[in-house]
Design a protein around this ligand. Structure first.
Ligand SMILES: [Zn+2]
Length: 343
C-alpha cells in the first residue's frame, strides 16, 4: 500500500517537472528551434531566416540566443533541460563536431560548430546530419513509430538518407553512413556534386526534377513544360502541379523519379531486410505522382520485398511516405539530445 502511494507521488512530481530537449534545424534557408518534451509534444517553436550570406558567427549568435530564451521560459514552468541537438546539412565528422562539407552553408567547413555552440551555451550539444535527424524524428513520432529499424530517404534540394537500427541512428565509422542519395542508378548519368555520375540525387531531388523539366522543354514536344520553365518562380512544385493536371511530359518526369527511387529502395530492401523504408522531404509531396513507378520497380528488382510482403508469418515490408513534413529533423534533433549517453 505504502509503495503504491509513493509511485503515485512520483508520477505527480514527474508531471509537474517534465524534462524537455531543444531541437535545432539549421537549413540553408531557415533556422528553426523548438522545445520538445519527452513524449514528443512541441512546447514552442521559433523560426527565423538563416540567410546564408550572413556571417556564420551572426547565425550562431542568433541560434544560441533563441535556445537560451526557449530554455529559460521552459525552466520557469518547472521543466528540466535534457539536452540540445542540432541538425545541419552536410557531412559531419562526429568525433570533432565539425562540418567537413556543406554546399548549403558556405563558409562553415572545418569550423568547430559543436564546440562553439557548447562554449556559448555552457552545455553539451549533439551535432547531427539533418537527414539522420529526420530519420530519427520519423522513427520517434512519424511513419516509423512502430518500427525499431528503418531506412529513410529525404528528397529535397539534394537527396539525404538516414538509417535507424534499434531505435538509434546508425552512424558507421565516422558518421557518414546513410548517404543513400549517392547510390548509383545510371552508371554514365548526369554528373553529381559528389564526384560520381548518375546518383539517385540526379533523378529524385527537386534540383533534378527542375533539370529534367528544362531538358524536356528544350527537346520539344512538351509545350506545357516549355511554358512553365520559361516563367519566373519555376520550381519542381510547378512540374508536380502540371503532372497532377494530367500533362504527360510532366508525368514522365515523375516516372523517372519513381523508377530511380525504386532501384535504390529495392537495393536497400535486398541489403537490409528491414521492416520499413520511409520517403520524405519536400519532393515527397508528389508521392502520388512517383510512387506507382517506384513500387513497380521495387517489385521487379527486389526478391526480398516480394518474399517478405507475401510472407504468411507476417514478415511484411512497408514502404511509406513520411508523416512529419519539415518538422521531422527538428523532432529528431530533440530526440537525439534525449537519447544522449555521452559524458
Ligand atoms: Zn552523388
Amino acid at each position: 500500500m505504502k509503495e503504491k502511494v509513493k509511485s503515485k507521488k512520483e508520477k505527480v512530481k514527474a508531471k509537474g517537472n517534465p524534462s524537455f530537449a531543444i531541437g535545432v534545424d539549421l537549413g540553408g534557408t531557415n533556422l528553426r528551434i523548438a522545445a520538445v518534451d519527452a513524449r514528443g509534444k512541441l512546447r514552442e517553436k521559433i523560426t527565423t531566416e538563416t540567410r546564408v550570406a550572413r556571417a556564420r558567427d551572426e547565425v550562431i549568435t542568433e541560434m544560441c540566443r533563441a535556445i537560451q530564451a526557449l530554455a529559460t521560459k521552459q525552466k520557469k514552468t518547472g521543466g528540466k533541460l535534457a539536452g540540445v541537438g542540432v541538425g545541419v546539412p552536410g557531412i559531419i565528422d562526429l568525433a570533432s563536431g565539425m562540418l567537413r562539407a556543406s554546399p548549403n552553408l558556405p563558409g562553415w567547413e572545418d569550423y568547430p560548430v559543436r564546440e562553439e555552440i557548447e562554449r556559448r551555451l555552457g552545455t553539451r550539444v549533439l551535432l547531427e546530419n539533418d537527414a539522420n535527424a529526420a530519420a530519427l524524428g520519423e522513427k520517434w513520432l512519424g511513419a516509423g513509430r512502430d518500427a525499431n529499424d528503418l531506412c529513410m530517404l529525404t528528397l529535397g534540394t539534394g537527396v539525404g538518407g538516414g538509417i535507424i537500427l534499434g531505435g538509434r541512428i546508425w552512424h558507421g565509422m565516422t558518421g557518414m553512413a546513410g548517404e543513400m542519395g549517392h547510390i548509383n542508378v545510371e552508371p554514365e548519368g548526369p554528373p553529381c556534386g559528389c564526384g560520381s555520375r548518375g546518383c539517385l540525387e540526379q533523378f529524385a531531388s527537386a534540383t533534378a526534377i527542375e533539370r529534367m523539366a528544362r531538358a524536356a522543354a528544350a527537346g520539344g514536344g512538351a509545350p506545357a513544360l516549355a511554358r512553365v520553365t520559361a516563367k519566373r518562380g519555376f520550381s519542381s512544385e510547378t512540374v508536380c502541379r502540371l503532372a497532377e493536371s494530367g500533362d504527360p511530359a510532366a508525368q514522365e518526369i515523375f516516372g523517372q523519379v519513381g523508377r530511380a527511387l525504386g532501384i535504390v529502395v529495392a537495393a536497400l530492401v535486398n541489403t537490409f531486410n528491414l521492416p520499413m523504408y520511409v520517403v520524405g522531404g519536400g519532393v515527397a509531396e508528389a508521392w502520388d505522382m512517383f510512387s506507382p513507378a517506384m513500387m513497380e520497380e521495387v517489385r521487379r528488382r527486389s526478391f526480398v520485398y516480394v518474399a517478405t510482403s507475401s510472407h504468411p508469418a507476417g514478415g511484411r515490408t512497408v514502404i511509406a511516405r513520411a508523416q512529419l513534413g519539415s518538422d521531422a529533423g527538428l523532432f529528431g534533433a530533440a530526440r537525439l539530445a534525449m537519447q544522449d549517453r555521452r559524458g
